[in-house]
Design a protein around this ligand. Structure first.
Ligand SMILES: Cc1cc2nc3c(=O)[nH]c(=O)nc-3n(C[C@H](O)[C@H](O)[C@H](O)COP(=O)(O)O)c2cc1C
Length: 319
């Protein structure tokens, strides 16, 4: 699996594995540092954090590892520019950005010498990203957890994007084991980004209830909701999602902190994500990828990576 060819700007990770940023506060310093310590790239989810909190998380991750640490930030967040600039000032290694598209971030990154990696779901946006100076692109398919920009499988998009750009292509969505990594490489990916598998780790900052819900989930529990951000989101069916599906007015926010640049105000997504992260997995929103039903145990990041390496070496690619 060690891929000496893979780099993002000047960053050369030992392993071509990126832990996807997971808001709100699912991927904090402990998870990002554990992945970086194993040779991958760890991402702190900055979305929903205050500036001081983000500074503390970056400092904490740096205390825990000398590995590669980045942030993930949602363009849709009102605090987008502030959080990006804070991360740059704190000497972050890279910035991954999704849920909308910023042109400005590429010039901020260029000036500071920080690689910018947008999340895209079409060859067209990948080409524009390359033109604007992206160091790599994450290509996310419909299998992924969280906000989605497509209904198309990662397996279809990755080969198209690989043909369209010369920067590294990082596949995301539905990669939970070493075989899926092998398949992604066969499709042309240079690296993978994984979310759901790492959310179900000891070092993930999700509540025990959140992790237990992952372990209990079956394939049919994974649903798509309309996020107030204006994008579909993939998560688990629970009381909250049932209320959303029946158009229950009771979930409308009573007050609004204007945390998003644009919001339908159908419900408060920040509040819903924070509730599940803290343990109220019936009244909060539990984001999850399509393959969560195949996860059978909560493991340390060390063991997850050990398993990925073993599966990668022993599996036959299915593509
Ligand atoms: C709980 C959860 C929260 C997520 N939050 C974010 C986020 O804040 N920003 C983002 O760009 N992607 C987010 N994602 C997507 C992941 O970073 C990653 O791309 C995706 O999970 C990959 O698919 P997989 O879950 O099948 O591995 C989230 C995913 C999950 C499961």
């Amino acid at each position: 699996m060690k891929n000496p060819e893979f780099s993002i700007g000047n960053l050369i990770p030992e392993l071509p594995i990126i832990q996807g940023g997971m808001a709100i506060r699912i991927s904090t310093a402990s998870l990002a540092a554990a992945v970086a310590e194993e040779g991958g790239i760890g991402l702190i989810a900055a979305t929903g954090m205050a500036v001081d909190e983000l500074k503390q998380e970056i400092a904490k991750a740096r205390d825990l590892t000398k590995g590669i640490i980045g942030i993930n930030i949602m363009y849709a967040a009102s605090q987008f520019a502030n959080l990006v600039k804070t991360a740059i000032d704190e000497g972050i290694d890279l910035i991954v950005t999704g849920a909308g598209f910023s042109r400005d971030i590429f010039s901020w990154g260029r000036v500071a010498g920080v690689p910018i990696v947008p999340i895209v779901s079409t060859p067209k946006l990948a080409m524009l990203s390359q033109k604007l100076g992206a160091a790599a692109v994450v290509v996310e398919g419909k299998e992924a957890g969280g906000h989605l920009g497509t209904t198309v499988s990662m397996k279809e998009i990755v080969p198209m994007v690989k043909q369209a750009v010369s920067i590294p292509v990082i596949a995301a969505g539905g990669i939970i084991d070493g075989k899926a990594i092998k398949d992604a490489f066969k499709l042309g990916a240079d690296a993978v980004q994984m979310g759901t598998r790492f959310a179900a780790s000891n070092e993930s900052n999700a509540s025990e209830e959140f992790k237990r819900m992952y372990l209990a989930a079956k394939a049919e529990d994974v649903v798509l909701i309309n996020s107030p951000v204006g994008l579909p989101g993939r998560g688990l069916l629970n009381s909250f999602v049932q209320r959303l599906f029946r158009d229950d007015d009771g979930i409308r926010p009573e007050k609004c902190d204007n945390c998003l640049k644009k919001c339908s105000r159908r419900f408060c997504i920040f509040k819903a994500l924070i509730m599940s992260q803290q343990g109220d997995v019936e009244n909060g929103l539990v984001f999850s990828g399509e393959r969560v039903g195949e996860i059978k145990d909560i493991l340390s990041v060390k063991d997850i990576i050990k398993n990925l390496l073993f599966e990668f070496e022993t599996a036959e690619s299915g593509v």
